[in-house]
Write a protein that binds this ligand. Sequence first.
Ligand SMILES: *Cc1c(COP(=O)(O)O)cnc(C)c1O
Length: 437
Amino acid sequence: MQFYSTNGQSPHASLEEAVMTGLAPDGGLYMPERIPVIPRAFFNNIGEMSVSDIAYIVATTVLGDIIDASELKQIVFDTFSFEIPLHRIDSDIYALELFHGPTLAFKDVGARFLARIISHFSHPGSKAVNVLVATSGDSGGAVAAGFHKVPGVNVFVLYPERGLTAVQRHQFTSLGDNVYPIEIMGTFDDCQRLVKEAFVDKLLREEMHITSANSINVCRLLPQMFYYYYGYSQLLRNEDVAPADGAVISVPCGNLGNLTAGLLAMRMGLPVKRFVVANNINDSFTRYLAGEDFEPKKPQRTVACAMDVGNPSNFSRILDLYNGDRDSISRDMKGYALSDEKIISAMKDVYSRHGYLMDPHGATAYEALRENLAPGEKGIFLATAHPSKFPEAVRRATGTAPQSIIAATTGNPDIHHDTPRITPSLLALKKVLLSAL
Ligand SMILES: *Cc1c(COP(=O)(O)O)cnc(C)c1O
């Protein structure tokens, strides 16, 4: 299996090159050159399989010719060291709870897998690998936890000065060791742009080996396919009749990484009726689906802050998957853009009817799904974070804030790197990166 760039200018790359560089030299995103279809027999007893078993089979189908089977199995089993339960909310709506990992967000899956793949490819005695990650909320913590104390790897977390909750920030500023937070006086899109600029900077590339742990890295993306299959397998266990055409799956979208992984899973043969794209008011993709031009905007702050993305980076992958054909894209998915009020009221509604607390991102997906689902259909929404990561939203929805979970997360509150705070310029970033080494 080789990987090509969505910009089409760079030569094809091996998995090692794609993972270790993050972004293709032409600035495009890497895509697998083939999307293998999983044999139908896999679905016969999928209902009895564990998440790790399922992940292992899907992983082998894609990466089996690159990584030795026993090692791939180890990587997959280490990645999924936590449960991903499917929880029934309404008679026709289920939550796929992706937040039982160490930093309580779905990004643990991609980050843990990527960390293990990077270790697999890093050679003893060679130069340290420097992992750059821009975070709008949850990536920073997940990537930092995934790589914390991994020998030969440094992690630089770029985060915007405003918009993260204290818990989110704490998850990567408290670790120390090889984890370096950098506060950017700008927005998440500034952080993301800086990471991209750093990659194409000649001097930096010569001085240090850098790669990205954002969902532009193909190994963040691939493992996110696995839990779509597991959600389906649990649906079969719960429902008497197997929905052969699959469920409607609602995805809370920011950079569109999770959605892209779902689309890849569908291409590989997973039955999915359609996708629901759940946006907050940062809705450039939803507008595109509705027929408008794709027009990146400055992100606006919302209660679902991990989705405050104005220029979603995986848009180019989705275009690539569909050869730029908007009609076929729109056949497979429908977009919704929800205001903060709607998100909070969905949290309130489900909490009062079922005593089930959703986080604002999951709530966005729940509400979009509820509006989209037709009678007789089954729906699954991705619950991407634990509600206690968003105490202010929970307080607005229920009247009481959840108990602090800081103690339960990784990290020691007493350790602090002297966090640099810089203007959103490549020059300022370079200074910090080069001086850390
Ligand atoms: C990152 C994130 C999202 C958005 O996922 P993308 O893959 O960027 O679209 C949704 N919910 C939570 C909790 C997140 O952390």
